[in-house]
Write a protein that binds this ligand. Sequence first.
Ligand code: ZN
Length: 69
Amino acid sequence: MKKGIHPDFKLITVRCACGAEHKIWSTVDTLRIDVCSNCHPFYKGGKGVQFVDSEGRIDKFRRKYGENY
Ligand SMILES: [Zn+2]
């Protein structure tokens, strides 16, 4: 590996808007996020959450709440 051309990776703490903290390897010093695996509804959905939108529920949701939920 050549020296000087690769960014420094370091273990940083990412703080989410919900208060959860996550340790990740990154090249930046600090990172703030709005949603994480702890609070995003996708991860909280549990059973029944599907990738396939067979019933158009995603479209229905977007029509009701807009794209910027
Ligand atoms: Zn969160």
